[in-house]
Design a protein around this ligand. Structure first.
Ligand code: PLP
Length: 443
């Protein structure tokens, strides 16, 4: 007698720690922008694993490159040199600096939270070991700069990951609850509020500002160009580092390799973190650090990108030959298939198509490139009551699932569209049609 396999969901309930409130979907395979569940139902995947499968599922070029590499060399540790990691570092530095000459260096890790950890450590080392800038004003109205600077200013509404330092950096109370005492040295300032940011950076002891050029986890909120410019000026004046968390918005999602360049191309950060789409679904994180000169308290001058020296930071898996090969293939596909342009053009098309639905349930459509969200009207719960008290964004996402479209909720009222960068116009038309029908039914 053959044994009936235990259903996937039952296995989860029995064996997986319940940190996620999962949707009741059991996904089995994917190709391009499509995924299929265990029962064979097809979905258009406009969540892309939360901005991760940046060139869709199982792109043949990535599959080929990884298959070849998996039979060649998977892992060696970071005690040795491997060619794929070296080539990937070069590529990331080049695309960050293009069209200028490649400057700065990269460190590899495994996730967005870890990439941000590397930024926090860079900021701490900078604050502890580098000379503070001279006081900026005459004595009397003096704003002194603390000799021991270790505060990192982050933004209200931000999300930087789930490590202990990540939740201290994150500007959302819900991620911190129950995990006190929090890691010290993080303060939050209001996003897109220039005077408030200036005041926060002028406080004694600030080593760095960390911000998302487009906040993802609070409903896709882009920074204004003037806020990014003000952040650069405040950091220059206060002798602090300006660091961008591009874990969600970076590497093509906005239609530019650098998310901030879609908003304020003239602004240069001192460091950037990446993860999510960098390797199209394989776990990889990285930071880029600029080569600007800094002065150590010993008087020695070094490039900022050499501040994290041997023994100061590391991780077993970061940048294995296998994952680096995958990332190189993903970045090559984005380049060769013109996907930055695709993200820009189809991003506008998607945004305009959702807005053109004129749904009384949608208050706003916003975003940059293919990092989009629509905000449901504040009185959604009054118009479409939920018998179970489910949040409006979840009700819409549930209904879209039912109709064959995967999207990602963001907070209580926003729904994100983060399709792969090689999404087709016809797939956007299909998704907009599904959304139209779902909203009409709910309304
Ligand atoms: N930073 C941003 C902007 C993110 O959106 C996320 C994840 O959503 C993270 C950091 C954390 O990344 P990970 O989940 O890979 O640790």
């Amino acid at each position: 007698m053959t044994e009936v396999p235990t259903p996937t969901r039952d296995l989860y309930e029995r064996y997986v720690i319940p940190t996620y409130a999962r949707f009741d979907l059991r996904l089995a395979r994917g190709a391009g922008t499509e995924v299929w569940d265990e029962a064979g139902k097809r979905y258009l995947d406009f969540g892309a694993g939360i901005a991760v499968t940046s060139i869709g599922h199982c792109h043949p070029r990535v599959v080929r490159a990884m298959q070849e590499q998996i039979g060649t060399l998977v892992h060696t540790s970071n005690l040795y040199y491997t060619r794929p990691q070296a080539l990937l570092a070069e590529r990331l530095v080049r695309l960050t600096c293009a069209p200028g000459p490649p400057r700065g260096k990269v460190f590899f890790c495994n996730s967005g939270a870890e990439a941000n950890e590397a930024l926090y450590k860079l900021a701490r080392k900078f604050g502890n070991e580098c000379e503070p800038p001279p006081p900026r004003h005459a004595v009397g109205e003096c704003i002194t700069v603390d000799a021991n600077r270790h505060t990192i200013v982050t933004m209200d509404g931000s999300f930087h990951g789930r490590t202990l330092a990540g939740i201290a950096a994150t500007g959302q109370e819900k991620v911190k609850k129950g995990f006190e005492p929090l890691v010290q040295g993080f303060v939050q300032a209001p996003y897109n509020d220039e005077p408030a940011l200036l005041a926060a950076v002028e406080a004694p002891g600030v080593a760095a500002v960390l911000l998302e050029p487009i906040q993802g986890e609070c409903g896709v909120v882009p920074a204004t160009a003037s806020f990014l410019r003000a952040a650069r000026t405040a950091c220059d004046d206060g002798g602090a580092l300006l660091m961008f968390d591009e874990v969600q918005c970076g590497l093509g999602r906005t239609g530019d390799w650098c998310g901030w360049r879609s908003i304020a191309p003239e602004v240069w950060p001192d460091a950037v973190s990446w993860a999510k789409g960098i390797a199209g679904g394989f776990p990889l994180g990285a930071i880029w650090v600029s080569d600007r000169e800094v002065t150590l308290k010993t008087g020695e001058k070094i490039a900022l990108c050499n501040l994290l020296g041997p023994g100061s930071h590391g991780t077993t898996f970061g940048g294995t030959p296998l994952v680096s090969t995958g990332a190189l293939a993903v970045l090559a596909v984005i380049e060769d298939e013109g996907l930055l342009e695709n993200a820009r053009t189809l991003g506008v098309f998607a945004r305009e198509s959702i807005a053109a639905l004129g749904s009384p349930l949608i208050a706003e459509v916003r975003g940059v490139g293919l990092m989009l969200a629509f905000e449901l009207v504040p009185d959604f719960a009054g118009r479409v009551p939920s018998p179970t008290g489910r949040a409006p964004s979840l009700m819409v996402v549930d209904a879209l699932h039912e109709a064959g479209l995967l999207t990602v909720p963001s907070g209580s009222h926003a729904v994100r569209w983060l399709p792969p960068l090689n999404v087709q116009r016809s797939e956007i038309e299909e998704a907009v049609g599904i959304l139209r029908d779902v909203l009409a039914r709910l309304a």
